[in-house]
Design a protein around this ligand. Structure first.
Ligand code: CTP
Ligand code: MG
Length: 234
């Protein structure tokens, strides 16, 4: 499943983020192809902007996918969590494993997708791809008043921290239960499974699975695409 219903406020004004072009092709199409590149993926459910399901369906019809891959488009919701739940509701009964992948991570390599699928098949109820951090992370207290400096309260040991990416993989029943039980606001799906007290495991992510969030990320994504084209040409 690909949640693609966000507006992309941090990217600045323009079309919904998933529909912005990268190398002349909408980001969403890159993300769908990246998932469909895995032999383990037979259906891609795209959660479209609430008023953009028709447009997304035409886009998918216009861009070729591998023969073995089917797709479905459903309108999304106000929050990412709601969008994922709407995607889950639309999932046909025969699928036991669900991957949730941000449309905003259009360049994830197929090896990362396969590693997540393999770990779920081997029995993990929830799997996240992740990478070590480059920056040291500080936990802060909110500033006493707006404009005041923020006091640091802790510095977690960097070697034990991971930056988490997508696709995150789940045993379907576990993800459905998490979405039916956990109501707090979360920024990723695996944390809902953690709240249930179930094990979540990490597999290696990839630097090219970064999330396009701010304008500079578009520059990086274009550069990665240009490098791939160059490498494919030789
Ligand atoms: N998403 C979604 N439905 C929402 C909000 C987000 O399906 N109501 C999706 C986005 O389309 C994106 C993924 O969740 O693929 C990750 O979210 P994020 O990177 O935060 O994207 P946006 O919410 O679009 O960006 P911003 O927060 O800057 O507005
Ligand atoms: Mg967002």
């Amino acid at each position: 499943m690909i949640p693609a219903a966000g507006r992309g406020v941090r990217l600045g004004p323009g079309a919904p983020k998933a529909l912005r072009a990268l190398g002349g092709t909408p980001m969403l199409i890159h993300a769908v192809r990246a998932m469909a590149a895995s032999r383990g993926v037979s259906l891609v459910v795209v959660v479209a902007p609430p008023d953009g399901a028709g447009e997304v369906k035409s886009l998918l019809d216009a861009h070729a996918l591998p023969e073995r891959t089917d797709f479905l488009v459903v309108p999304g919701g106000e929050t990412r969590q709601e969008s994922v739940r709407l995607g889950l509701d639309a999932l046909p009964p025969e699928y036991d494993i669900v991957l949730v992948h941000d449309a905003a991570r259009p360049l994830v390599p197929v090896d990362t997708v396969d590693a997540v699928i393999d770990a779920v098949r081997e029995g993990a109820p929830a799997v996240v791809p992740a990478v070590p951090l480059a920056d040291t992370v500080k936990q802060v207290e909110p500033a006493a008043a707006p404009g005041e400096p923020e006091p640091v309260v802790a510095t977690p040991e960097r070697a034990r921290l991971r930056a988490v990416q997508t696709p995150q993989g789940f045993d379907r029943a576990t993800l459905v239960r998490a979405h039916g039980t956990v109501t707090d606001d979360v920024t990723d799906d695996a944390s809902m499974v953690e709240r249930l007290g179930l094990a979540v495991v990490v597999v290696p992510g990839h630097e090219e699975a970064f999330k396009v969030t701010r304008p500079l990320d578009l520059v990086l994504a274009e550069a990665v695409l240009a490098r791939r084209r160059l490498n494919d040409g030789f």
